[in-house]
Write a protein that binds this ligand. Structure first.
Ligand code: GDP
Ligand code: PGA
Ligand code: MN
Ligand code: MN
Length: 611
């Protein structure tokens, strides 16, 4: 798809798709939103130059220095449009009960009435782009097509990085008459004749809406990645999770990595951590233990299907990385630094250096003497505010990742050996705990808790339940989603399924410091996981699951005291007893849809803690 096919006629306003349903939808949206022109996205290099030139011209992009970050751009959003808006995100199922207690809901007809009003004329003065895309591989046994219509060139440029888009996809949709997920996006900022545009058009009114039965997405008012690149969270998690429930597979908020031991044994690991809790870092971790190798397959989303051999196979439906910038540096995530160094990237809400490069907190120990901050103001190390928004992002092609696993491009994916759940908790949760079985692992996932981060608007640092790191992404009733997890193992051979572990890199000591150094050192926990899979080490039965003795973790060359490690691994009965009423309250929200086996797990935990 990287091939330049600009020798073809450009697809312009006059293009008529032979896919009658698609063409009818494009016509209908154009009539509703009244754009000045229509552009079908082909995915060519010529088109990339045209789009990015226009974005530079509009003041949305600043081209970075060609010798520092080739073919790359700095971009600052409106300061109010910097993260996913969970309170404006809706699951509009026909029945309210199908959205469950964790989602916002409105009746589809009511939502459509409101949004049709908003969309009416919303693209005036703008170009309407039609982006044919496929999540996952075009040659997959189940190609997952989508078409996004948007009035944002920023969205087009970002979608070209994050998904497989363009002419080849469109041709396949047309030739096979395939179904696709229609995904409509408008920034909600029409231009009157003669009205000057702003660098980041958006609206104060925002709606991010999924219609799960219709497999349809409507988004309005925001240009931010998670709200506007509709192939990502809206399709590959919210809509796909509903498809997976109906069709017997799973769409999860998980990284995928390949781990090779010094002896050459390969394991594939998937890990679900909430947004801004370490997925991208772990996906491309550089092991600190000699002889171990990690290769990347995905850093945010995994689709899991049972293969002919009964194992759970994972594919990454995405084509790019949309990573949290702050905290990414040569010491913490060198592979991300190498990936962006190759260019072809968009950096949003980071700082701009005086010599046309980008910087953010944590990239280097010392900040440059002068920067332009993400709000476009002069910045020096003495400035009161951070130079970059805490949720600033790099958007970069995954193919540039120097440790990308070859299997990344396998339409069938890779067989998963272990699933890790993890969150950001200062207390309570040990560095690593192993589930006794799949049902216990589902309980761990269903009760996963984490402190909120800047990846969504709202307060940061508040502990909330974030089941399977999917709280903002489950496209239906979360109780039914837990049942789906349980039934995946019940309807298949559980002995062939991955083992489940729960990790916490973020436990703190009394002074507030991290007990575990994290980052590259997390490879020691990956090694422990492999040792458990292979039966090489023992683990201790505790009230909460199987926890290693400190000597089961390889600490060779690690700067950590025995006390610190013991503290990181400690199961504190008092802290866990304090969790019980919270878990109880959490489960009660679901009423009948919560699988009974999860209540049984809670009862077991309670009695073991008291015993
Ligand atoms: P993602 O949003 O889940 O992909 O999370 P990222 O990998 O982008 O990390 C989010 C933030 O957590 C960044 O600021 C990282 O520097 C930080 N982080 C990632 N891994 C670790 C870790 O092992 N320990 C600590 N203390 N911080 C981490
Ligand atoms: P993240 O992806 O998980 O890498 O933060 C974006 C998001 O979840 O909003
Ligand atoms: Mn995510
Ligand atoms: Mn990430």
């Amino acid at each position: 798809m990287a091939a330049d096919i600009s020798t073809h006629d450009p697809i312009t306003s006059s293009y008529r798709s032979s896919h009658t349903e698609l063409q009818a939808w494009v016509d209908e949206v154009a009539a509703l939103t009244e754009p000045d022109r229509i552009q079908w996205i082909e995915g060519t290099d010529t088109e990339w130059v045209q789009l990015t030139d226009e974005l530079v011209e509009a003041g949305t992009f600043v081209r970075l220095d060609e010798t520092k970050k080739p073919n790359s751009f700095w971009c600052a959003s409106d300061p109010t449009d910097v993260a996913r808006v969970e309170d404006r995100t809706f699951i509009c199922s026909v029945d309210e009960a199908d959205a469950g207690p964790t989602n916002n809901w409105m009746a589809p007809s009511e939502m459509k009435r409101i949004m049709l009003d908003l969309y009416a004329g919303s693209m005036r003065g703008r170009t309407m782009y039609v982006i044919p895309f496929v999540m996952g591989h075009l040659d997959s046994a189940h190609p997952m097509f989508g078409v996004e219509i948007t009035d944002s060139a920023y969205v087009v440029a970002s979608m070209r990085v994050m998904a497989r888009v363009g002419r080849e996809v469109l041709t396949r949709i047309e030739e096979t008459g395939a179904a696709y997920v229609p995904a409509l996006h408008s920034v909600g900022a029409p231009l009157e004749p003669g009205q000057a545009d702003v660098a980041w058009p958006c609206s104060d009114t925002k709606y991010i809406v999924q219609f799960p039965e219709e497999r349809m997405i409507w988004s309005y008012g925001s240009g931010y990645g998670g709200n506007a690149l509709l192939g990502k969270k809206c399709y590959s998690l919210r809509i796909a999770s509903a498809m997976g429930r109906d069709e017997g597979w799973m769409a999860e908020h998980m990284l995928i990595l390949k781990l090779t031991s010094p002896a050459g044994d390969v394991k594939y690991i998937a890990a679900a951590f909430p947004s801004a809790c370490g997925k991208t870092n772990l996906a491309m971790v550089e092991p600190t233990i000699p002889g171990w190798k990690v290769e990347t397959l995905g850093d945010d989303i995994a689709w899991l299907r049972v293969g002919a051999d009964g194992r759970l196979y994972a594919v990454n439906p995405e084509f790019g990385l949309f990573g949290v910038a702050p905290g990414t540096g040569w010491d913490t995530n060198a592979n991300a630094m190498r990936t962006i160094a190759q260019g072809n990237s968009v950096f949003t809400n980071v700082a701009l250096t005086d010599d046309g490069d980008i910087w953010w907190e944590g990239m280097t120990d010392e900040a440059p003497a002068h920067l332009t901050d993400w709000k476009g103001r002069d910045w020096t190390p003495d400035s009161e505010e951070l130079s970059s928004h805490p949720n600033s992002r790099f958007c970069t092609p995954i193919r540039q990742c120097p440790i990308l696993a070859d299997e990344y491009d396998d339409p069938n994916g890779v067989p998963i050996d272990a699933i890790l759940f993890g969150g950001r908790r200062r207390t309570t949760i040990p560095l690593v705990t192993e589930a006794r079985d799949w049902t216990h692992g589902t309980f761990m996932g269903a009760t996963l808790s984490s402190e909120t981060t800047a990846a969504a608007t709202g307060a940061v640092g508040v502990v909330r339940r974030d089941p399977m790191a999917m709280l903002p992404f489950i496209g239906y009733d979360a109780g039914d989603y837990f049942s789906h997890w349980i039934s995946m193992a019940k309807n298949n051979d559980e002995t062939k399924f991955p083992k489940i572990f729960y990790v916490n890199w973020f436990r703190r000591d009394d002074e507030g410091g991290f007990l575990w150094p994290g980052f590259g050192e997390n490879s020691r926990i990956l090694k422990y996981v492999v040792d458990r899979l292979e039966g090489n080490v023992e683990a201790n039965e505790t009230a909460i699951g199987l926890v290693p003795s400190p000597d089961a973790i390889d600490t060779e060359g690690l700067d950590i005291t025995a006390d610190q490690l013991a503290e990181a691994l400690r199961v504190d009965a008092a802290e866990w007893k304090a969790e019980i009423p919270q878990i109880n309250e959490w489960f009660e929200k679901f009423g009948d849809t919560l699988p009974t086996v999860l209540w049984t797990e809670l009862d077991g935990l309670k009695s073991r803690l008291e015993g």
